[in-house]
Design a protein around this ligand. Structure first.
Ligand code: DMJ
Length: 635
């Protein structure tokens, strides 16, 4: 009984199978006939649609995308390296900012680690800054694990290690990035540099700045600014191959014999400073020759009635001029070229360079119009007087005046008393006129003074100050400078930690009104981040002098956030428009030369445990992070 039915079954199956084959063949033939009946246009349209569908399908497959990116930073877990290296690499997985329409979590706020915690543990809406007028202590308590929670001005829980009063001196045994060996952090900086360099090399080689999103370049002076700014960083990071190819370009391609207007200050600190420093580190005379060439071509800027230099020089024609709209120069610019020109005189034996820049310092030293050692922002090139008086800031247009007072004094062997006097007076002037505390957290900040009116506005640029104060204290200046340095360092760190991306905006406004629930405001126009170095720079000084590991830890967090929000997968890092929106930080498509010249160099020095790697007893950094030697004796 079983056999027939089985046979039937088999026969039926074969028959069905056969008819299936036949019908498949028939369908194929019929399809083919129909296809042949279509016009050429119709066939093309169908083929195009199918191709589009195929491409879309592939493009939306995350696995394939990762594979195709060839982004080795994603990490190969079978590469035989210790696990922490793999995890570290995963930190670098590049994030392409999504266009706003595709954002899924645009309402979510807080740094990513916080978002994860919030999703897992708490009622998110209860902690959202924009829907909550004050800190939610109840939920914050729930979110903390052993230990008092800290409530941020965004009404979100701050991770323990971010808190100002957290003792992170010994972080070696903690889980996560804090426990990474110093060598891993150094490698992380080298990796970041290589990634930035790849973008520059692929899309902007020999040009001033990389535009990493559009995979192109921008010109400012047309002198390979990024390449020159990055030379000594490559040397310090031990990137020999990259350095060798850059040296080749400088030797063979770099020419200053060009009909081009350059800004005196910017080309002095980036080009002259970069070449001098690379000469000192390598002993390669080619760099000194190039430094002499650009130095002498910048000298026409000093041919003014007052001897206060013009802002712009044509290095091909040997002519100089102020900006079109004014005969003023910026005070910070004319007083932050001295380290470089003084060094050029020492190396060449030609005093004309140092005489020109020291004349500027002597004039500024004697000028009226300062308030307790604080200088206005502009100086006139015709009469040599301050203009736009009554406004005092440690930010843009005045910042490096203060930095160079101290650094020239150090460079010259601590004998030029006028420089020291002016520096000490200025620090007192800052304390008296510009220092204040925010509400409610009591962060110490440096505001601005405008015709007697105090403004609680602080540029990120001001974050050079903790480092400079610490450097002065290291050289024997009053101990309270170091105390102030530490307080301001905390504030500068909080300017990063309190932002949703963990990256600082260009400018913040501190709250000083009783009843304020958050300490800082960021205006819409100030939300950008240009990959600036000042906070990392100060962290480096503070760590060198105190050995407190919390400064390294803060720097490590910042580096990771640069990697999360500014790294472009195809190479390079980009400035962003909005540090308050982690879902769409809005890339600006520009990598400033100082990201390679300063930011990454200071990260590396911060994570290095070797105090002799650019010893602060032998070198003084110019304002673009190019180390110049401290003179063995007064020149
Ligand atoms: C750099 O060019 C220098 O650090 C300068 O002193 C200030 N601006 C940029 C970095 O922010």
């Amino acid at each position: 009984m079983l056999s027939p039915s089985r046979r039937d079954f088999v026969s039926l199956t074969l028959s069905e199978s056969g008819s299936y084959t036949n019908s498949k063949q028939w369908r194929r033939q019929s399809c083919w006939r129909k296809w042949k009946q279509l016009s050429r246009l119709q066939r093309s349209l169908i083929l195009l649609t199918l191709m589009l569908l195929l491409v879309c399908g592939i493009a939306t497959s995350p696995t394939l995308i990762e594979h195709w990116r060839g982004d080795t930073v994603g990490g190969n877990r079978n590469d035989g390296k210790p696990q922490f290296v793999v995890d570290l690499k995963n930190e670098y997985r590049s994030i392409l900012p999504e266009p706003p329409s595709e954002r899924k979590d645009y309402r979510r706020r807080g740094p990513p680690f916080l978002q994860n915690r919030l999703q897992l543990k708490t009622n998110v809406s209860a902690l959202l800054g924009e829907e909550n007028n004050g800190p939610d202590l109840k939920n914050a308590d729930k979110g903390s694990e052993g230990g008092k929670p800290i409530i941020s001005w965004r009404a979100a829980v701050i991770e323990k290690e971010q808190a100002s009063d957290t003792d992170t001196k010994d972080t070696e045994n903690q889980d996560g990035p804090a426990s990474l060996a110093p060598e891993s952090r150094l490698e992380a900086v080298r990796e970041a540099f290589r990634h930035a360099w790849k973008g520059y090399k692929d899309f902007a080689w020999g040009h001033d700045e990389l535009k990493p999103i559009s995979k192109s370049y921008g010109e400012w002076f047309g002198l390979g600014l990024t390449l020159i700014d990055a030379l000594d960083t490559m040397w310090i990071l031990g990137l020999k191959e990259e350095f060798a190819e850059a040296r080749e370009w400088v030797a063979k391609e770099l020419s200053f014999d060009k009909n081009v207007d350059v800004n005196l200050f910017e080309s002095t600190i980036r080009i002259l400073g970069g070449l001098l420093s690379t000469y000192h580190l390598t002993g390669d005379l080619m760099f000194l020759d190039k430094a002499k060439d650009i130095g002498s071509r910048l000298m026409p800027a000093f041919n003014t009635a007052s001897k206060i230099p013009y802002s712009d020089v044509n290095i091909g024609k040997g002519t100089a001029h102020p900006p079109r709209w004014t005969s003023d120069s910026t005070v910070a610019e004319v007083t932050s070229i001295q380290l470089e020109f003084r060094e050029l005189s020492r190396l060449t034996g030609d005093t004309k360079y140092k005489l020109a820049v020291m004349e500027v310092m002597q004039q500024v030293h004697k000028l009226d119009g300062k308030q307790d050692g604080l200088v206005p922002m502009f100086i006139n090139t015709n009469n040599g007087l301050f203009t736009h008086q009554g406004i005092y800031t440690l930010g843009a247009r005045a910042d490096s005046y203060y930095e160079y007072l101290l650094k020239q004094w150090i460079q010259g062997g601590k004998t030029e008393n006028e420089l020291l006097d002016d520096y000490l007076l200025a620090v007192e002037g800052v304390k008296k006129n510009l220092l204040n505390k925010s509400i409610p957290q009591g962060l110490t900040f440096v505001g601005e003074l405008s015709h007697g009116h105090f403004s609680p506005k602080m540029d990120h640029l001001v974050c050079f100050l903790p480092g400079t104060l610490a450097l002065g204290a290291h050289y024997g200046l009053p101990a309270d400078h170091m105390e102030l340095a530490k307080q301001l360092m905390e504030t500068c760190y909080q300017m990063y930690a309190q932002m949703e991306t963990g990256l600082s905006p260009e400018i913040v406004h501190f709250n000083m009104h009783e009843g304020s629930t958050k300490d800082v405001d960021v205006k819409i126009a100030d939300r950008h981040n240009l990959l600036r170095p000042e906070t990392v720079e100060s962290l480096f000084y503070l760590y060198r002098f105190t050995q407190d590991k919390k400064y390294q830890q803060w720097g490590w967090e910042i580096l990771q956030n640069f990697n999360k929000y500014t790294r472009v997968p195809t190479g390079g890092y980009t400035s962003i428009n909005n540090v308050c929106d982690p879902a769409y930080p809005s890339p600006r498509d520009k990598m400033e030369s100082f990201f390679l010249g300063e930011t990454l160099k200071y990260f590396y020095l911060l994570f290095s445990e070797d105090p002799d790697l650019i010893s602060l007893d032998k070198y003084v950094f110019n304002t673009e992070a190019h180390p110049l030697p401290i003179w063995p004796q007064a020149e």
